[in-house]
Design a protein around this ligand. Structure first.
Ligand code: PEP
Ligand code: MN
Length: 362
């Protein structure tokens, strides 16, 4: 079911001077007045206008640094007063929202653990009702696009029109290089459904490690997203949370300057941007295909072991003919030719037999 959202685009909020990439930066957590001010000055020096800092931190384990709480809001107010930057922080309850309003925080975001919870989303939407604050909603921890849209709807129904989203990837139990599964296809789907929604990527939480920030930020730009929220700390090695993924302000400046941003000022530029966005989608799909193939081969290896343990031959011709016939039939319903499906499935089957033979030899 398509839902309408009544939205003011991010370029009209008054805080992003350049249309793309809109950039929000600052530490994972506000830790001390000095750390907040030094980081904010470093970011302000090269034109960052929106400063983030977590005041209340949703941590997996109790006892890790759970945020400085309300005293940190005074430091954000100082950033605003002295540097003229917009400030934003994460809210997860009515109390957080009321404190932010009281201390003049300019913008808030809802974290991934909270956007997954309709009760909290409603509480936050009710508390924000009547304000003009821009609100950014991170994707829920699980890849459920409707839960994400539902969170946006609750805010929109409460009168919040300066709405945006932050894609930070999804929790996964698979062993992957990044902290979160990027799951770009959900971002593409949401972007397609609501092209007017200010759309940020959070490469920091997606990556979990600063060494992946550039490739993920470039991917976000190639997919045509509007902006980035990046964690930056004046001394990342000493950060009280997410130390591995934070960047010194100067390194963030370098990263932003390294990004290739395609704008659409001329027809040929528009073409280039369009084709690059489509190719980025293809790259994501190809990576998904590789992942699926690798998972399939792992199952093949298990089947090999099973057959070996039960003394059964690898090639079961009847079973393979049945698989191929089913796939050709299903493929046709997706508009895929018999020839293509036969070639692809035969190649996959050959590799699967090879994997099973390896198991048998071992
Ligand atoms: C954060 O932005 O500091 C944060 C906790 O992010 P997420 O909700 O994406 O985990
Ligand atoms: Mn963080």
């Amino acid at each position: 079911m398509a839902h309408e959202l009544d939205i003011v685009p991010g370029t009209e909020w008054g805080c992003f001077t350049l249309p793309r990439p809109m950039c929000i930066a600052g530490p994972c957590s506000a830790e001390s007045e000095e750390q907040v001010m030094e980081t904010a000055r470093g970011l302000h020096a090269f034109g960052i206008h929106v400063f983030r800092a977590g005041i209340w931190k949703p941590r997996t384990h109790p006892g890790s640094f759970e945020g400085i709480g309300t005293p940190g809001l005074k430091w954000l107010r100082r950033v605003k007063q002295e540097l003229g930057m917009w400030t934003c922080t994460e809210v997860a309850s009515e109390k957080h929202v009321l404190e932010c309003i009281k201390y003049g925080v300019d913008m808030v975001w809802v974290g991934a653990r909270t956007s997954a919870n309709p009760f909290l989303m409603q509480e936050i939407a009710d508390a924000l009702s009547g304000t003009d604050m821009p609100v950014l909603v991170k994707n829920p921890v699980n890849p459920d696009i409707d839960l994400w849209i539902g969170a946006l709807e609750r805010l929109n129904r409460a009168g919040i029109r300066k709405l945006g989203v932050i894609h930070r990837g999804f929790s996964t139990s698979e062993p992957i290089a990044y902290r979160n599964d990027p799951g770009w296809k959900i971002a593409i789907e949401l972007r397609t459904r609501y092209p007017q929604l200010a759309f940020f990527a959070d490469p920091s939480h997606m990556a979990g490690d600063r060494k992946y920030l550039l490739e993920l930020s470039q991917r976000a730009m190639d997919l045509g997203l509007d902006g980035l929220m990046v964690e930056s700390h004046c001394n990342p090695a000493c950060a009280l949370s997410d130390a591995k993924q934070q960047l010194m302000p100067a390194d963030l400046q370098h990263l932003l300057e390294s990004l290739v941003i395609r704008d659409n000022t001329s027809d040929s530029q528009a073409y280039k941007e369009g084709i690059d966005a489509l190719r980025a989608q293809i790259d994501v799909l190809d990576e998904n295909l590789l992942f699926t193939l690798a998972s399939r081969m792992k199952v093949s290896a298990k089947i090999g072991q099973y057959k070996r343990d039960h003394n059964v031959a690898i090639l079961q011709a009847g079973r393979w003919e049945q698989v191929l016939a089913d796939m050709v039939e299903k493929g046709a319903s997706y508009g895929l030719s018999e020839q293509a499906i036969t070639a692809i499935m035969t190649a996959i089957h050959d590799e699967s037999v090879r994997v099973q033979n390896e198991v048998l030899k071992a």
